[in-house]
Ligand binder design. Structure first.
Ligand SMILES: Cc1ncc(COP(=O)(O)O)c(C=O)c1O
Length: 444
């Protein structure tokens, strides 16, 4: 019998997952198209490897085991799996066609809605993935300012201009690295040290897990205006979640350009570049930002209905409330049990559990927590990506499970026995590095 969302006696049976995985061996290098979904982020030997279906906040793997999902497609499932309003919109559009030979009216209808809800969205354009959107924004910034260097903070996708500054930099000309540097969040000096006359853009996720301190975002805004630098907000996570209009609305700050994807179409592939018309209009001649699928109508229909649903139901407010309940519940469990080497960080719509070395090996502790949550019917990769489908019951059950799992972790930590209690392979470190790498030497 497959496991359900309950206090199961055994870890899930993953026979079919392993069979498919073996078929992929030697066929799909590194198995996964998205690192966060791959085996390195899920305890190999215990965790399911392939999912088959989802409904609301629950998913079923290929062996029939059911889980509450806290990864939610690594972001896109903002409303939930098979959300009726969105699926109906996709089906309706499917009757009429997917991709056409001329433009589709939905391109305009959706842009009008985005302009209404996203501050500063004077102009709107579409692509398919987050990396296309950040790349278009960077190219626009370079063209607009006539400068080259990009300062960034956070993760911005797989494209050359960004990924060249990480460890996965092969296949990219060395020269590319001379035009991208990183700065540290909440560290204005690290920005000031790196700015020079060639700085075209500052691009950052307005928040990741840390809150801005000392008006950090406002200070960046002022700096960019003074130095003729384009300020780009990468709102892949914050957009349509933190507030309907994303971080620009939440913090009351206007970036010059803001880019979105993930949450906006409840799982359909679309990304959006918005911002100042005088910058965006460069695509009319100088800046080439065109692609075959930008006007693909199923995603446009899904995005339109997703934003409408979020607006009508005040989804960001719900994500905040439900996420708060979970975060507070976990904090209460940690405090009650005096567990000081685990913490939960982030804004309520997206929180993360962190493990401090004072409790032992962080990756082993995380692996243990994941393995034990899986046994209790919870799919978790370290984050709680809240969706509109996560119910009060989901949260209450999850907190009961956390109570058991965190107290079991503490016992294992006290006995120095975490590693021997692992039933599978230890997780790998997450790829994202957000601080202290490829910073620019201070300008003289
Ligand atoms: C903040 C941010 N920017 C950009 C991207 C790149 O998006 P994509 O994977 O769709 O290219 C991601 C993806 O995780 C992201 O989280």
């Amino acid at each position: 019998m497959p496991n359900t969302i309950t206090f199961n006696n055994d870890y899930p049976d993953i026979t079919e997952s392993l069979r498919i995985y073996n078929e992929a061996t030697g066929l799909i290098p590194n198995y996964t198209q998205t690192l966060a979904k791959g085996p390195g982020q899920h305890v190999f030997g215990v965790a399911p490897i392939y999912l088959k279906s989802g409904k609301g906040s629950h998913v079923i793997d290929v062996d029939g085991n059911e889980f509450i999902d806290y990864t939610m497609g690594v972001g896109p499932l903002s409303l939930g799996y098979c959300y009726p309003r969105i699926d109906e919109a996709i089906k309706r559009q499917l009757e009429d066609g997917i991709t056409f030979s001329l433009m589709h009216p939905l391109e305009v209808k959706l842009a009008q809605l985005i302009r209404e809800v996203v501050p500063n969205a004077e102009s709107v354009r579409y692509a398919k993935s987050g990396n296309e959107a950040t790349t278009a924004a960077v190219r626009l910034a370079r063209a607009f300012t006539g400068k080259n260097t990009i300062l960034c903070c956070g993760y911005h996708g797989s494209q050359d201009w960004y990924i060249c500054v990480t460890d996965w930099d092969k296949g990219i000309p060395e020269i590319t690295k001379e035009y991208t540097y990183t700065f540290n969040y909440n560290d204005l000096d690290s920005v000031l040290n790196s700015i020079d006359d060639d700085t075209a853009a500052i691009i950052l996720e307005p928040v990741v897990f840390e809150e801005p301190q000392n008006d950090f975002l406002q200070q960046l805004r002022v700096l960019c205006t003074e130095r003729n630098i384009v300020l780009i907000f990468d709102e892949m996570w914050t957009g349509f979640r933190m507030a309907l209009g994303g971080a620009q609305e939440y913090f009351g700050i206007k970036a010059d350009l803001a880019v979105f994807s993930k949450a906006v179409a409840n799982g359909m592939p679309i990304s959006i570049v918005t911002g100042r018309n005088d910058i965006m209009k460069l695509v009319e001649k100088e800046v080439f930002f065109y692609n075959t699928f930008g006007g693909e109508a199923l995603s446009l229909a899904a995005a339109y209905e997703t934003i409408q649903e979020m607006k009508e139901r005040e989804v960001p407010k719900y994500l905040n409330e439900i996420g708060y309940k979970l975060k507070k519940g976990i904090n209460d469990i940690l405090a009650f049990n005096n567990i000081d080497y685990v913490s939960v960080a982030g804004y309520n719509f997206r929180t993360m559990l962190s493990f401090n070395v004072s409790g032992g090996n962080p990756l082993e502790m995380k692996s243990f927590v994941q393995q034990e949550l899986l046994k209790r019917g919870i799919l978790w990769g370290g984050y709680h990506n809240m969706s509109y489908s996560h119910s009060q019951d989901d949260i209450s059950y999850t907190l009961q499970a956390y109570n058991e799992v965190l107290t079991a972790l503490d016992e294992a930590v006290q006995n120095n026995a975490v590693s021997e209690m692992l039933k599978g392979e230890v997780l790998k470190a997450v790829f994202r590095k957000v601080t202290n790498f490829n910073t620019k030497p201070k300008n003289n």
